[in-house]
Design a protein around this ligand. Structure first.
Ligand SMILES: *Cc1c(COP(=O)(O)O)cnc(C)c1O
Length: 369
């Protein structure tokens, strides 16, 4: 068996320990005589899996009692509609547009009400997080929306926006559980788990209880009402049982490894290794303003000021991705909309993987410059 260092943005690397546990449980989950994929979501065994997953997540994030945790399907993208359908009382929402995912949420929001972009970093191809200390938030805005970590562009809010008392909604898909957060500052957090937490097919929603009500936009499907799932404790219909189980194992793994403050420390250490090298490199260039750099997703390109022929630049980038793959460093191609390269270095990427990447980059630089 050979495992590679997988820098995919998502679905992404999972802790090896967790994968082994899954393998071990596969045919007979804890004496039940069946796998988690085969059991009823109403069974006692599964009830214990989902309850334990929730209570471990609450411990990890220190989630206050007045917040509900929901394990839902439809991915993060479905929340782009669910959020306005459930939270728009005045049919007005203010969005901070810092990349493609925020833009998609913004466009979807416009289908349901009057949405405006109160800030954007589109002017510099989303390479920074705008100053959000004093934005023109509307008096009657139902919420302020952010994408906290921009998976494609590699930026992260280091400070939450001043929402002027309005509810903050955050898409945390690619930074969820990468560091401690103060949940009480948010009205709603959601995260597609396939980035930093588990397998594809689930989104976790953490929502303040007073925001859950029957009072949704007319026509809101039953399955998109937070109340439906909150009342049924995420078992209104068949949930993604397998995903809940694997996420539960990851939560245990995180708790056993020092929790989120330890993850933050490790993630800062890993990101520093990569960014320090990028800052000293002649051939490679990080594309994000330093103050806005994500700990999770690091995009970089061949420096166009050094390799001035665009065709040669592209050729070198393709060569880099190909040779990296041959060296056991996979999925380093940048998002199709940005080009270049991107290394996603989520919780489960060991420090050794980042060191191997930097060593490879140094070698590539010396051979190609
Ligand atoms: C991947 C991603 C999404 C989309 O997630 P799906 O689960 O595929 O819908 C949304 N937001 C962010 C920040 C992402 O990284």
């Amino acid at each position: 068996m050979k495992r590679v260092y997988n820098f995919s943005a998502g679905p992404a690397v999972l802790p090896e320990e967790v994968l082994k546990e899954c393998a071990n449980d596969m045919l007979d989950y804890q004496g039940s005589g069946m796998s988690v994929m085969e059991m009823s979501h109403r069974s006692k065994v599964f009830d214990n899996i989902i309850k334990t997953a929730e209570s471990d997540l609450r411990k990890l994030l220190n989630i206050p009692d007045n917040y509900k945790v929901l394990f839902l399907q439809g991915g993060a993208s479905q929340q782009f509609a669910a959020v306005p359908m459930n939270l728009m009382k005045n049919k007005k929402a203010d969005y901070i547009v810092t990349g493609q995912w925020a833009k998609k949420a913004f466009e979807e929001g416009k289908r349901y009400g009057d949405c405006i972009a109160v800030a954007s970093s589109a002017d510099k191809t989303f390479s920074y997080i705008p100053d959000c200390k004093d934005l023109p938030i509307r008096e009657d805005a139902d919420y302020v929306y952010i994408c906290e970590n921009n998976t494609i562009y590699g930026t992260k809010f280091k400070e939450l926006p001043n929402t002027k008392g309005k509810i903050l909604v955050a898409d945390q898909s690619s930074c969820f559980l990468s560091e401690p957060v103060d949940v009480s500052k948010y009205g709603l957090i959601f995260a597609g788990v396939q980035k930093n937490v588990g397998p594809a097919g689930m989104v976790i929603v953490i929502i303040r209880e007073d925001l859950i009500s029957e009072d949704t936009l007319p026509g809101t499907p039953t399955m998109l009402k937070y109340k439906t799932h909150a009342d049924a404790e995420s078992l209104y219909n068949t949930p993604n049982c397998w995903c809940i189980y694997v996420c539960g194992l990851v939560f245990k793994y995180l708790l056993n490894n020092g929790g989120l403050s330890e993850m933050k420390k490790r993630n800062e250490e890993k990101a520093k290794i990569l960014y320090d090298y990028l800052d000293s490199s002649k051939l490679f260039l990080g594309t994000v303003e330093k103050e806005s750099r994500s700990l999770m997703n690091a995009p970089f390109i061949v420096n166009p000021n050094v390799i001035t022929d665009p065709a040669r630049k592209e050729e070198l980038e393709a060569k880099f991705v190909k040779e990296a793959k041959e060296a056991g460093l996979e999925n380093l191609k940048g998002h199709r909309s940005v080009g270049g390269m991107r290394a996603s270095i989520y919780n489960a990427m060991p420090k050794e993987g980042v060191i191997a990447l930097v060593n490879f980059m140094k070698k590539f630089e010396s051979e190609n410059l």
